[in-house]
Design a binder for this molecule. Structure first.
Ligand code: GLP
Length: 249
């Protein structure tokens, strides 16, 4: 394991070890401040982290009752209870194992009027005083949340047209069929994410090695949304050996 500054890069031998260390850190933060506001991701990457958090919740009797959560994104057109929704994913992997107050679980609603829903979400984040710890995964094209690469990026929570590669990598959650993956999503924007007091990005596996090398060693560019984490004063990039295999320093 080695670290460099700004953003801090930490490389673990494997994803399970990374998840264990990050979960322990989050559990300690939660014990210190029971009213933490978490920003949470979905995808394959955070599953091991959620498993470790669930384990620690039982072992250390973690109290989630005052915690507030905001998930990063949701598919347009899906109801919270739909099997492919991110809301359902979170219920299955984390929420049902905790004593989180349902009132403090915040989610973008995929069936709401997109414009009003995005404004509502920004207001809700502001009302609780912002996000303390934003956990992130990363798409192979460098997207965070659903902020896709492009000539420009949106600051605030917004409606997104999903790229084909993003829909393809989400197909596993829709019976492997890309045609079943919605074409649009609602996502926190870049400023919403970067305003979080701290950010922890997790990346595992060889498929993330190319984009992580560019995030760490490359220039800041809208063509790689995660490169904007270089601007964040308290960002941790947590990689396994495979995801770190193309870093140059
Ligand atoms: C989706 C989510 C992202 C996530 C990405 C990577 O596109 N919107 O938040 O980081 O998938 O997913 P995985 O962890 O499965 O590689």
């Amino acid at each position: 394991m080695h670290s460099v500054r700004s953003p801090r890069v930490t490389v673990f031998p494997d994803a399970r070890t990374a998840a264990r260390v990050v979960a322990a850190r989050l559990a300690s933060a939660l014990q210190e401040n029971p009213s933490l506001v978490f920003g949470l991701p979905t995808g394959r990457t955070p599953i091991a982290l959620y498993e470790e958090l669930v384990r620690l919740t039982a072992a250390r009797a973690l109290d989630w009752s005052k915690v507030t959560t905001f998930n990063l994104d949701e598919f347009v057109g899906l109801r919270p209870e739909d099997p492919g929704s991110y809301r359902r994913f979170m219920q299955e992997h984390l929420f049902r194992f905790t004593n989180l107050d349902p009132q403090r679980i915040n989610f973008l609603v995929g069936t709401a009027n997109p414009e009003e829903e995005c404004l509502r979400y920004e207001r809700a984040i502001a009302e609780v005083g912002g996000i303390d710890i934003q956990i992130l995964g990363i798409g192979t094209n460098g997207h965070i949340g659903f902020n896709e690469p492009g000539h420009e990026l949106d600051s605030l929570t917004h409606l997104v047209k999903l790229r084909q590669e993003t829909r393809r990598s989400n197909a596993a959650f829709f019976g492997g069929n890309i045609d079943h993956v919605p074409t649009e999503a609602l996502s926190m924007g870049m400023a919403t994410i970067l305003h979080s007091r701290s950010v922890v990005l997790l990346a595992h596996g060889e498929s993330k090695a190319g984009c992580m090398a560019r995030v760490v060693n490359g220039p800041l560019t809208t063509e790689l949304p995660a490169s904007f984490l270089q601007l964040h004063p308290d960002a941790d990039l947590i990689l396994d050996a495979a995801a770190a295999s193309q870093l140059t320093h």
